[in-house]
Design a protein around this ligand. Structure first.
Ligand SMILES: Cc1cc2nc3c(=O)[nH]c(=O)nc-3n(C[C@H](O)[C@H](O)[C@H](O)COP(=O)(O)O)c2cc1C
Length: 166
């Protein structure tokens, strides 16, 4: 690791707010008890084998459960699911109350999401105050629809670049 002085937290947060991120709800289940957390650190990692990665805070309840169950589902949220994102970003309470979901592939799958990915945890890798969790993809299902995105601490969606016709 380098000895360089880290950037200030405020500069770091300001530049990261400029990054447009996906919005997912990562889920697990243990003894019939569903868990879920809003996660923007979701990314594609490998094609052969297919793998994704998420980064979870050290104090995340979802992470604690994953250390035991070693399987997770990724629900890629649709543009109108900002309420679902807010719900799963909260702490405490029953996050699944009033949310439509079913147990699919042995994991909580939220209705109306535009993507469903089922993963087996491959490893837990320390990354500062977060833990990287790479997962091998066992099932991947795409549904048509517009994605929910997060940019400058607000929810929105993607639109195609428009260039003037010359
Ligand atoms: C848009 C958005 C993206 C988030 N992305 C992450 C993330 O990638 N990793 C993470 O650990 N927390 C992330 N969070 C915060 C968690 O959703 C939040 O801390 C949640 O309460 C953790 O729940 P848990 O303790 O039940 O796992 C995000 C929150 C928001 C609003």
């Amino acid at each position: 690791m380098s000895d360089a002085t880290p950037a200030s937290e405020s500069d770091f947060l300001a530049v990261m707010a400029e990054v447009c991120s996906p919005v997912t709800v990562v889920t697990s289940i243990e003894d019939g008890q569903p868990r879920g957390s809003t996660v923007s650190s979701f990314a594609s990692l490998s094609l052969r084998p297919p793998m994704v990665v998420v980064a979870l805070g050290e104090s995340s309840k979802l992470l604690a459960g994953l250390r035991r169950t070693r399987r997770f589902g990724v629900n890629i949220l649709a543009s109108d699911q900002d309420g679902v994102a807010r719900r799963f970003a909260g702490r405490g309470g029953d996050k699944f109350r009033d949310v439509s979901w079913t147990e699919t592939d042995g994991l909580p799958r939220l209705h109306d999401a535009i993507g469903w990915i089922v993963c087996r945890v491959d490893a837990f890798v320390a990354g500062g105050d977060h833990v990287l969790v790479p997962g091998v993809v066992e099932r991947a299902v795409a549904e048509p629809g517009a994605p929910l995105a997060y940019h400058r601490r607000t929810y929105g969606t993607h639109s195609e670049s428009v260039r003037p016709v010359r």
